[in-house]
Design a protein around this ligand. Structure first.
Ligand code: SAM
Length: 294
C-alpha cells in the first residue's frame, strides 16, 4: 500500500530524508492535507483520458493525486533540488513526467503536442507559486493553448479579483482579461493551516473553464485590452479622464473620446469599474473607429 505524500508525518520524513530547506523566493508552501488535495483534483474533473499539466509539483503531493486520476501528468518544476525527491516520491506512478523548467519560459504548446497527442482534453491543475500567479495564468490564457480548464490554488485576494463582477471593489482589468477567455469561479477557500510552511495570506482555488469563443467579439484585441487597462489606471477617476490620460494624444482628442462614449451609450462620468465586459467591447470598437491612425 502506497502511503500518501501529503500527510504531515510523511512530508516531514521526505524533507528530512533529502535535507530539503524551503525557498521562500520560489513560493514554496507545500500542502500537507490529503483531503484538500482530493478536493482540488476533484474540481479539475479529470478522467482517465485527460492530460494534466501541473506547475510546481514540489515534493509531489498534488501530482500523486493527479496521476491517480489522469492518463498522463506533465509537471514543470523550477527548483532543481526537487528533482531527485520527485523521482523518489513519484516512482510508483509511471504516467508522470517532470520537466525542469521555469513555466514562464517554457514552450507549453510544444510540450502539449509532444506529450498529450493521445489525450481527449488537457487541463491545468496546480498549487501555484504565489509570487507569479498572475503572469502564469495570463501566459496560459494569452498563448491560446488548447486547455479545457485551469484549476489552481492561489492567494484568495487574487482569486477574488479574477472572479469579480462589475461594480465591486475587486473588479478590474485582471477580471476582464481572465473572463474574456474563461468562465471564472472560486470553488474552495483554503486555510493557512494546511501548508508547510504556512503562507502569510489566505488561499482559494479557482476554476477557469474555457469559453468556446471569447465572451465578446472585438476587431482588435490589443486595443480592447489597452482601453480596459487605461480605464482602471486611476480607479477613482471617471472613464473619460482615464481615457484622456492613457490613450495616445488623449487630451487633444477629448471630443472624439466623448463621441465614442456617447455612441457606446456610456456616461463619461462613470468609472471603469462599473462597465461590463460587453460595454468595454462596444466602447473599444467605437474608440478604435474614431481614434485609430489612418
Ligand atoms: N504542488 C506542491 C504542493 O502543493 O505541495 C508545491 C506547491 S508550491 C506552492 C509551488 C511550487 O512551484 C514549488 O515547488 C516551486 O519550487 C515551484 N515554482 C516556483 N516558481 C516556478 C516557476 N516559475 N516555474 C515552475 N515551478 C515553479
Amino acid at each position: 500500500m502506497i502511503k500518501d505524500i501529503a500527510t504531515p508525518a510523511r512530508t516531514r520524513e521526505i524533507l528530512d530524508k533529502h535535507g530539503f530547506s524551503f525557498k521562500k523566493s520560489l513560493g514554496q508552501n507545500f500542502l500537507i492535507d490529503t483531503n484538500i488535495l482530493h478536493r482540488i483534483a476533484d474540481h479539475a474533473d479529470i478522467t482517465s483520458e485527460t492530460g494534466v499539466i501541473e506547475v510546481g509539483p514540489g515534493i509531489g503531493a498534488l501530482t500523486e493525486q493527479l496521476a491517480k486520476r489522469a492518463k498522463k501528468v506533465v509537471a514543470f518544476e523550477i527548483d532543481q533540488r526537487l528533482l531527485p525527491i520527485l523521482a523518489d516520491t513519484l516512482s510508483p506512478y509511471k504516467n508522470v513526467s517532470i520537466i525542469h523548467e521555469d513555466i514562464l519560459k517554457a514552450d507549453v504548446r510544444k510540450v502539449i503536442e509532444e506529450e498529450f497527442a493521445d489525450c481527449k482534453e488537457i487541463v491545468v491543475c496546480a498549487n501555484l507559486p504565489y509570487y507569479v500567479t498572475t503572469p502564469i495564468i495570463m501566459k496560459l490564457l494569452e498563448d491560446r493553448l488548447p486547455l479545457q480548464r485551469i484549476v489552481v490554488m492561489l492567494q484568495k485576494e487574487v482569486a477574488d479579483r479574477i472572479a469579480a463582477s462589475p461594480s465591486t471593489k475587486e473588479y478590474g482589468s485582471l477580471s476582464i482579461a481572465v473572463q474574456y477567455y474563461t468562465e471564472a469561479k472560486t470553488v474552495m477557500s483554503v486555510p493557512k493551516t494546511v501548508f508547510v510552511p504556512q503562507p502569510n495570506v489566505d488561499s482559494a482555488v479557482i476554476r477557469l473553464e474555457r469559453r468556446n469563443s471569447p465572451q465578446v467579439q472585438v476587431q482588435n484585441e490589443d486595443y480592447f485590452f489597452q482601453v480596459v487597462r487605461g480605464s482602471f489606471v486611476q480607479r477613482r477617476k471617471t472613464i473619460l479622464n482615464n481615457l484622456m490620460q492613457t490613450l495616445p494624444d488623449g487630451k487633444a482628442r477629448k471630443p472624439l473620446i466623448e463621441q465614442a462614449l456617447a455612441e457606446a451609450s456610456v456616461d463619461p462620468r462613470r468609472r471603469g469599474e462599473s462597465l461590463s465586459i460587453g460595454e468595454f467591447a462596444v466602447l473599444s470598437e467605437k474608440l478604435n473607429e474614431l481614434l485609430a491612425p489612418e
